[in-house]
Design a binder for this molecule. Structure first.
Ligand code: OGA
Ligand code: MN
Length: 208
């Protein structure tokens, strides 16, 4: 077997996940990679390729503005080019790393761009569906412009459990910041935004 090359960034993510069920990394992608994704997202949004997000599984999807107000575009890894192809390359490396070092058994993934227009939010929820526990890790990388300010809102609030009492953590959607968390355990929400809020979001999954 090949010598396992340690990746300090991925090791930190794994340590964080084991210790606290979430990890925040501000340099998962390079600035160039983030800007390519941001540009591509904005182009595709302008071209009207996004659709209103829905809740529930495909067979049973509903648009519910009182729950979530973002617009999304699912990405097709097999037809990806440019920034998106680079994105999937890096994610595949990360996935292989997790499988080799933690035996996580990740063999599927799904990712979409998301844009929350001004005034929208995503109410508190869990990223798994009833009777479907394939989603293991949730990953969100923010593609906002460089000067995102706290007064724009749009925090990702995750609810941790500390010895039976709830501890909310607010995470600002700073450009390039990646948040990774355990899909099956951590409830979270996106607070109302006062400016369009951009991200690439998805899940690493097992086959079921
Ligand atoms: C989601 C979600 C969090 C974020 O899309 O399920 O919770 O910070 N996104 O955008
Ligand atoms: Mn979510």
């Amino acid at each position: 077997m090949d010598e396992l090359q340690l990746n300090p960034l991925y090791e930190k993510v794994i340590d964080d996940l084991m210790g606290q069920q979430y990890s925040i990394v501000d340099d998962f992608f390079s600035k160039e990679e983030v800007l390519l994704l941001r540009t591509s997202l904005l182009e595709k949004y302008e071209e009207d390729m996004f659709k209103k997000s829905a809740i529930g599984k495909q067979s049973n999807e509903q648009v519910v503005d009182a729950v979530r107000g973002d617009f999304i575009l699912w990405l097709d890894e097999h037809n990806a080019s440019g920034g998106e192809a680079q994105f999937f390359d890096k994610l595949n490396g990360f996935k292989e790393y997790l499988n080799r070092t933690c035996f996580m058994g990740i063999n599927e993934k799904e990712f979409h761009y998301a844009l929350y227009p001004e005034g929208t939010f995503y109410k508190r929820h869990l990223d798994t569906f009833q009777n479907d526990s394939r989603r293991k890790l949730s990953m969100v990388c923010y593609l906002n412009d460089e000067d995102w300010k706290p007064e724009y809102g749009g925090e990702l609030t995750i609810y941790l459990d500390e010895n039976g009492s709830e501890k909310p953590i607010d995470i600002y959607p700073l450009q390039g910041r990646m948040v990774i968390f355990e899909s099956q355990v951590l409830e979270h929400e996106v607070k109302p935004v006062k400016r369009a809020r951009l991200s690439i979001t998805g899940w690493l999954k097992t086959r079921g």
